[in-house]
Design a protein around this ligand. Structure first.
Ligand SMILES: *Cc1c(COP(=O)(O)O)cnc(C)c1O
Length: 425
């Protein structure tokens, strides 16, 4: 496949120059500097809509997984489309509410919710606590009692299915830390239904991320369906079926199913459940909608490798270092006539693990070139850090041919914000 053929829908080359929704990426790099994240709102909107349409008959709540990309500008726009939020911390609760996502559209997952986080979510009145252990259930019950309320609960079931993805993002196998196996989950439901401050109204599973076929989802939902029936036999009426997120995107040559294909595959089980469906997509909403623009500092030839040293690094985009992940990389302009070479695309951070691409065959980059790292909209900026005292990049959102700054580049001042040392010490 040629690199151009792999371009996501929001990107195209015109006259040899890479554009997002008709906006020249080179002009954004000029205006806002690099490294720079750029997102296509048009693409994000289309993907949210495709989930909403594909699952419409199940009264679906699309609870966008905030952790994939918590940018407030994107969240606000998603909220306006009726999106909910899947949150995993008090920080994400605050952010989702601030973005205008109504509490009844928020679901809260995570193996380590604190008392403080539970209290905040109860006060806000969220839709569902996705509980992952018996001790968590007990704590939630006691916090709800303190507040004189009833916590809406789903137990996160670990259905023990192999999502056939990277080991670090497989969450629904029996050896994983997430959820409860089916027997333990049923015990948790019994405990919840006996508790005056717990209301077991839902069931949850999320089996992993970057899943590129419907098979694992079908297996999981089928198992969950059996649990729902068993629970109904016990007089526990499950009304919300939350099947999590996890649909993959294209980084290299994957062909992940579209939301409509996923819906078609799991439909019989969703129908039989008679539940309202909740989805928690993250990556498949924002992943392909984002690029990271980076400028080539130097090209350094060693006896072994050609190192292309760029101004973005693992602190800006961790996925290659963390997962050995592949991201497509395109010249934003001026690649014509360059010979194809094999390059190591690396950042300035002092770690051998600091690379964006290894052994990449591409038109020879030279100093000053602008490159676009593709499929960087999910788990990109979200996982960024200040390692090596690097300033985190700015973020720009493109909508209908207009680009606007969604988050400014950090300054050195920002790096001192939380520290106690007085300046004259
Ligand atoms: C991370 C996560 C998601 C989102 O996963 P994607 O692969 O980004 O769709 C959804 N639900 C839970 C519980 C998660 O932890």
């Amino acid at each position: 496949m040629t690199p151009e053929a792999a371009l996501p829908r929001c990107l195209r080359f015109r006259g040899g120059k890479l554009e997002m929704e008709g906006v020249a990426l080179a002009s954004l790099a000029e205006k806002y500097g690099t490294p720079l994240y750029v997102y296509s709102w048009g693409d994000v909107r289309r993907r949210i809509a495709s989930y909403q349409e594909a699952f419409a008959e199940f009264g679906v709540l699309v609870a966008y997984a905030v952790k994939a990309n918590p940018n407030l500008c994107l969240l606000r726009r998603a909220a306006a489309m009726g999106c909910g939020a899947d949150i995993v911390s008090g920080g994400e609760l605050d952010r989702a509410l601030r973005a205008g996502i109504s509490a009844e559209r928020i679901v809260f997952a995570g193996v380590g919710k604190s008392r403080t986080e539970m209290a905040a979510a109860l006060r806000a009145g969220i839709r569902l606590f996705n509980v992952e252990s018996i001790p968590e259930l007990e704590l939630l019950g006691s916090v709800a009692k303190e507040y004189g309320t009833k916590a809406p609960v789903a137990v996160r079931v670990n259905p023990d299915v192999d999502p056939r993805t990277h080991a670090y993002v497989a969450t629904g196998k029996k050896e994983s830390k997430f959820g409860l196996d089916i027997r333990a989950a049923i015990e948790a439901y019994r405990a919840a239904s006996a508790h005056p401050n717990l209301d077991p109204i839902g069931i949850h599973c999320h089996i992993g991320s970057q899943i590129t076929s419907t098979g694992p989802f079908v297996k999981a939902v089928e198992k969950i369906g059996r649990v729902i029936r068993e629970l109904r036999g016990l007089g526990i009426e499950i009304r919300f079926l939350d099947i999590g997120g996890g649909l993959g995107i294209r980084y290299q040559d994957e062909t992940p199913p579209a939301p409509a294909e996923l819906a078609a595959a799991v439909k019989p089980f969703l129908k039989a459940s008679e539940c309202r469906v909740i989805l928690e997509p993250g990556r498949s909403i924002v992943g392909e909608a984002g690029v990271l623009l980076t400028r080539v500092h130097y090209v350094k030839q060693t006896p072994i490798h050609r190192y292309v040293i760029v101004d973005a690094a693992m602190n800006d985009l961790l996925r290659p270092a963390l997962y050995g992940a592949y991201h497509p990389i395109w010249h934003v302009e001026g690649k014509e006539g360059r010979p194809e070479t094999t390059c190591e695309i690396v950042g300035p951070v002092c770690e051998t693990g600091d690379f964006l691409a290894k052994g990449r065959v591409m038109p020879l980059p030279v100093a000053g070139d602008l490159l676009a790292v593709g499929s960087a909209g999910a788990y990109g900026m979200a996982m960024s850090s200040n390692y090596n005292m690097r300033l985190r990049p700015a973020e720009v959102v493109v909508d209908g041919g207009q680009a606007s700054l969604a988050r400014r580049r950090e300054t050195f001042e920002d790096l001192y914000r939380c520290e106690e040392v007085a300046e004259d010490e």
